[in-house]
Design a protein around this ligand. Structure first.
Ligand SMILES: [Zn+2]
Length: 69
């Protein structure tokens, strides 16, 4: 279960454009990012939903099937 990314309104431009981690704002140019899901938001009738990315420190491995079983 990965947390929902922040809403679009809380993202900076770099975060919205996928250049920075949606959680901490760190630039992803050096370390690369992994998908953090879809950030949702709208302004008036315009839907701004967009895929956002997380840096390695913030990204929780989404495909870790089980830990203690
Ligand atoms: Zn981060």
């Amino acid at each position: 279960m990965s947390p929902e990314p922040p809403p679009v309104q809380e993202l900076g431009k770099a975060q919205y454009d996928g250049w920075a981690c949606c959680w901490c704002g760190k630039s992803l140019l050096d370390c690369g990012g992994t998908s953090a899901g879809i950030s949702r938001g709208s302004v008036g009738a315009v839907v701004l939903d967009i895929e956002v990315f997380a840096c390695p420190s913030c990204a929780v491995a989404p495909e870790t099937p089980r830990k203690d079983h």
